[in-house]
Design a protein around this ligand. Sequence first.
Ligand SMILES: C[S@@+](CC[C@H](N)C(=O)[O-])C[C@H]1O[C@@H](n2cnc3c(N)ncnc32)[C@H](O)[C@@H]1O
Length: 254
Amino acid sequence: MSESRETAVPRRPKGEPRFPEGPAPDPAGSHFERRIRSFQPRRSRVTPGQGDALRRLWGAWGLDIDGQRTLDLGELFGGLPVVLEIGFGMGEATAQMAADDPSTGILAVDVHTPGQGNLLSLAEKAGLTNVRVANGDAIILLREMLAPDALDGVRVYFPDPWPKKRHHKRRLIQPEFLSLVATRMKPGAVLHCATDWEPYAEQMLDVLTAHPDFENTVPDGGYAPRPAFRPLTRFEGQGLDKGHVVHDLLFARV
Ligand SMILES: C[S@@+](CC[C@H](N)C(=O)[O-])C[C@H]1O[C@@H](n2cnc3c(N)ncnc32)[C@H](O)[C@@H]1O
């Protein structure tokens, strides 16, 4: 028998979760909902370090978006004001912001398993206690699991641009999403978006400016200067390498 066959990891029986004590695959069963999603369900490789973090740390710092209960954010974050970050990717910027501002809790949501492991690992290394990693679709989190006026802010950094015209309907920042997210934000809480995709930036500015529940924090309208607290994100770096221009938008809930 060849060495690679002897040392091969046994195949997991079909239907068994990859991480029994970690994030559940499709926790709300939303892959069977007939709905346009802003992400493509995908299986991605999890490194041994990310897998180890998922196994050890998920129970303490992770939560599945199962759509079955309303979260008590006061209890989850020990009374800190809470900002929701949608689509944290690999989580480097999230960990940085949490370390820079321990007086704010970050509820970080993504569907991407390697990123969840990566963020847990970064949070552990930095000794962070103000980050929770939520697994699943942000829409279900907002719709089913957050109380009205629960959030002190929302961050959407470099959401998937879906550049093809037939995919524009998958873009997250649309009037319907804004109406939902507004109900979960406290009056005055800020929705902060950033993108390096010019046509998406224009769409964001148009729909946010037109939406009755939001008001531009820039008095004369338009894009905002990049706030010092937002670190460079992984996707932003890739966009800058291609010569893209980055826009920030900061709109307060009316
Ligand atoms: C282009 S990446 C940007 C990641 C990161 N913010 C950055 O700038 O490097 C967008 C991320 O949003 C996540 N995402 C898209 N739609 C989502 C949704 N409805 N719920 C949770 N995560 C979502 C994707 O899985 C992906 O990781």
